[in-house]
Design a protein around this ligand. Sequence first.
Ligand SMILES: Nc1ncnc2c1ncn2[C@@H]1O[C@H](COP(=O)(O)OP(=O)(O)OP(=O)(O)O)[C@@H](O)[C@H]1O
Ligand SMILES: Cc1ncc(CO)c(N)n1
Length: 300
Amino acid sequence: MSPVTPLRPPARVLAVAGSDSGGGAGIQADLATIGAWGGYGMTAVTAVTAQNTQGVQAVHVLPADVVTAQLEAVGADIGVDAVTIGMLGSVPVMHAVADWLEAARPPRVVLDPVMVASSGDRLTDAAGEDAEAAWARLLSLADLVTPNVPELAALTGRTLDEEDDPARALAAAVAAARGLVAADGPVGRGGTVLVKGGHLPADAEGCLTDVLVGPQGETAVTAPRVGTRATHGTGCTLSSALAVLAAGGRSWEEALRAARPWLTRALRGADGLGVGDRSRPTWHGPLDWRVPTDDDGRRA
Ligand SMILES: Nc1ncnc2c1ncn2[C@@H]1O[C@H](COP(=O)(O)OP(=O)(O)OP(=O)(O)O)[C@@H](O)[C@H]1O
Ligand SMILES: Cc1ncc(CO)c(N)n1
């Protein structure tokens, strides 16, 4: 019997990110998501974190040359259709990744400018002018940048947490993103910014809005706010889904319209997981599987 050959080879997606021992964010979320969407996942680990649903207990950032070695090993042999970049951890690692992006020029680059975990713990020691220069390099090499609102505030130097009205808060965030994609802004190559609404108040219908802000225009995608504390890893999950969908040929808008309802299901599925009791992870797997839990989502 001849071996089974897929109709189309899977998209090869490289995740450049930190390891989350708790399994909810970082490399673990990236690989689960890439697999869930039928892609072939590869990794360049930038840092090892000891992390669970309570917070981050330890961070060890890898030496920059070890990160470069992983990037070169994968790029030279297997090939890369899309890259999703998350936690980088230090200025030397940021420059190592930027150097590789400049040399390898992978076709689609999604940059999630991770700075702080959902628990509030810092995930990078990069600060000051050195960090600003490294972010500017990375932004200029990205096709899609996916900041949450605090990250957008940090990248643009704007204050984005003073507005309580949902529409005005979103408008302020979108205005900040416009500055990033402007002709003289730091996001180069006609890149796009996805403003993520997870840190903004829900609107009167109980919905959150994400907005793609590109040089040619803007697209808003709205979804119900899920009343759960299980939002750990949503950012990594969304970025990886967008990378694998774009690698399969979709535009950023098509990718976001496909990924967003799936993310809603991943958030809804999380409460039945019974994993930890604080900042629980989203659930990347099939939804027809449950463990018995009590009303607080703890294993019964
Ligand atoms: N409670 C929620 N209900 C529905 N969607 C949500 C919720 N929280 C976040 N999202 C969605 O999850 C995605 C990630 O947004 P968010 O702003 O939380 O990113 P993040 O802070 O980078 O995530 P992370 O928790 O991984 O750090 C967005 O599409 C956002 O709209
Ligand atoms: C390793 C890692 N990357 C990203 C995040 C942000 O969710 C996290 N908590 N941990």
